[in-house]
Design a protein around this ligand. Structure first.
Ligand code: PAF
Length: 283
């Protein structure tokens, strides 16, 4: 496995590989790797000749400077994990390398309502920052396929739009959320949970499973109201949103309809840690 920090070096390695006809699988990450990320690397390894994983905590997608400061950084152990997975290349640039000394202008990335609902409502500008970095990384790495986890479902929707809008020659591969045995979605932020908070965090996944159950007998609106009522009675958790939306446009839905996929999406603070999760309800 080779660790590369500069754009010029990674570009020249990739261009040599491409001349040989090698296919490139790309796993963009912000580090603090867990099984969820590693499952993306494994999938990429089965579908591409070589795998590039990037590790870059992208300041432009953090609307809260404290959140950026607190974001776990574990480069040493990340590299060990990637080595074990036999990832061929790791790209870990500095902020200076990616954006220079100026704050990047992310205003061109406009996804309309897709970026203003759910996460967008609570993290204004977040998806502009995500689109900026993913677009920049796609231009540097020029992957054939790029792998993203469904845990960040709205992000995945935005990335599909990005690829369509800028006609980027990359296939986006969705990978299922990896969960702990008790249902908690794996997340780099879970490291920040105390033992007690870790138990409370289970309310996110359990409310999604419960919504799935309730969807057999109640309307989407009633399911939403019921789950919100239950979560608001949990004082250790501060709910930001619980929404039931169609998976493509992320519009709230009023009735179950077999002709489109429906997702329940949730975000909440447990202590100082902000967590998100989502689950497909129907079909
Ligand atoms: O999902 C993430 O970890 C990040 O948003 C991504 C896609 C690596 C961009 O910084």
């Amino acid at each position: 496995m080779k660790l590369v920090n500069t754009i010029s070096e990674i570009k020249s390695i990739i261009s040599l590989q491409k001349q040989k006809g090698t296919t490139i699988g790309f796993v963009p990450t912000m580090g603090a790797l867990h099984e969820g990320h590693l499952s993306l690397v494994r999938r990429a390894k089965t579908e591409c000749d070589i795998v590039v994983t990037s590790i870059f905590v992208n300041p432009s997608q953090f609307n809260d400077p404290n959140d950026l400061k607190k974001y776990p950084r574990t480069l040493e152990s990340d590299l060990e994990l990637l080595e074990k997975e036999q990832c061929e290349l790791v790209f870990a640039p500095t902020e200076m390398e990616i954006s220079g000394s100026e704050k990047p202008d992310v205003s061109q990335y406009d996804f309309g309502p897709l970026e203003s609902v759910m996460e967008g409502k609570f993290r204004p500008g977040h998806f502009k920052g995500v689109a900026y970095i993913v677009h920049s990384l796609f231009e540097i790495i020029t992957p054939d396929k790029a792998y993203f986890g469904e845990k960040d479902f709205q992000q995945l929707t935005i990335i599909h739009e990005l690829v369509k809008k800028y006609e980027l020659p990359v296939e986006i591969i969705h990978c299922s959320t990896v969960r702990e045995s008790d249902g908690l979605a794996m997340s780099s932020r879970n490291i920040n949970l105390s033992e007690e908070e870790r138990k409370t965090a289970l309310l996110l996944s359990s409310s999604l499973y419960r919504a799935k159950d309730l969807s057999n007998s109640l309307s989407p609106l009633k399911v939403k109201d019921q789950i919100i009522k239950e979560l608001q009675s949990e004082i250790q958790l501060q709910l930001e949103y619980f929404d039931i939306v169609d998976s493509e446009k992320l519009n709230p839905i009023n009735e179950w309809n077999e002709s489109y996929h429906v997702r329940a999406c949730i975000s909440a603070y447990v202590g100082n840690t902000r967590l998100i999760d989502n689950m497909r309800l129907i079909p």
